[in-house]
Write a protein of this length. Structure first.
Length: 268
């Protein structure tokens, strides 16, 4: 059974349509990456899936259950956990105290404080250290551990690499297969396109709140990704492509030479 099914989801910020008729599915045990430029609707999508932004229209099903109108705390109980952009730790609390806040609505499952310490061994010796004293990468690891302690079926990670050194990002991504192997499916928003293409089973590229490209990384060319990311060319602009985008797939057309290279260089 499909774990997450999103159909024709539209989300507004006031008069702004941040997510526009988006559809996607996430299968159990896979990593789905959401990429796109700033303002594409990536974070709004994750907030809507976590119950922090209620949709204007469309549906969200988790494990076949309609959770479209569930508030955030009920979605946590249903099996969704969010690692928010900026980590959002309690800076006055210790590492372990921050982790334990994630167990407030804990579901049955494999994740415990001890299991998180196995995933991130450095935490054991620093469990009594205040979160404010941690580096950005260490704070991100604590935020992931906190989310895992609710034992989610679906882990949402918003802007995992934002503000972190590449070596730190690689270390965090090294634990992702272990998280998935424990039974937690991952949906990540990632600003580093090349990193997303390396770790994801499938990707969706958003443009103005719509999914304009979807597929497995091995099936997508650099030109297709650059085209979708920047919205260059007639394919995204014509009506047929807009209809296809709502189903999450636009595969024809080519980006301008060097578009993806310029995009990736601008991210480093």
């Amino acid at each position: 059974m499909t774990l997450l099914s999103v159909r024709d989801l539209t989300v507004h910020h006031g008069l702004l349509r941040a997510v526009d008729g988006l559809s996607l599915e996430v299968e159990p045990g896979e990593v789905l990456a959401i990429i796109g430029a700033n303002g594409a609707g990536k974070s709004t999508l994750l907030r809507a899936l976590a119950g922090l932004n209620l949709p204007t229209s469309g549906t969200v099903h988790l494990g076949g259950r309609d959770i479209t109108r569930f508030p955030a705390h009920k979605r946590t109980s249903a099996g969704i956990a969010l690692v928010p952009e900026g980590r959002r730790l309690f800076r006055s609390l210790t590492v372990e105290e921050n982790l334990l806040t994630g167990a407030y609505r804990k579901r049955p499952g494999p994740w415990s404080v001890e299991r998180v310490y196995e995933l991130f061994p450095w935490m054991t010796e620093r469990r009594r250290q205040n979160a404010a004293q941690l580096s950005g990468g260490e704070q991100q690891a604590v935020a992931i551990g906190r989310a895992l302690l609710s034992n989610p079926d679906l882990l949402l990670v918003d802007e995992l690499s934002l503000g972190l050194a590449p070596v730190v990002v690689r270390r965090i991504y090294q634990v992702l297969p272990e998280i998935v192997a424990a039974g937690t499916t991952a949906l990540i928003v990632e600003q580093d396109v090349s990193q997303a293409l390396r770790v994801a089973d499938r990707v969706h590229c958003l443009l103005e709140g719509r999914s304009v490209l979807a597929g497995r990384p091995a099936e997508l060319t650099a030109e297709q990704v650059g085209h979708a990311y920047f919205g260059i060319g007639d394919t995204v602009q014509d009506g047929a492509a807009k209809d296809a985008a709502k189903d999450g797939v636009v595969r024809d057309g080519a980006a301008k030479d060097g578009a993806l290279k310029d995009m990736e260089e601008g991210r480093h």
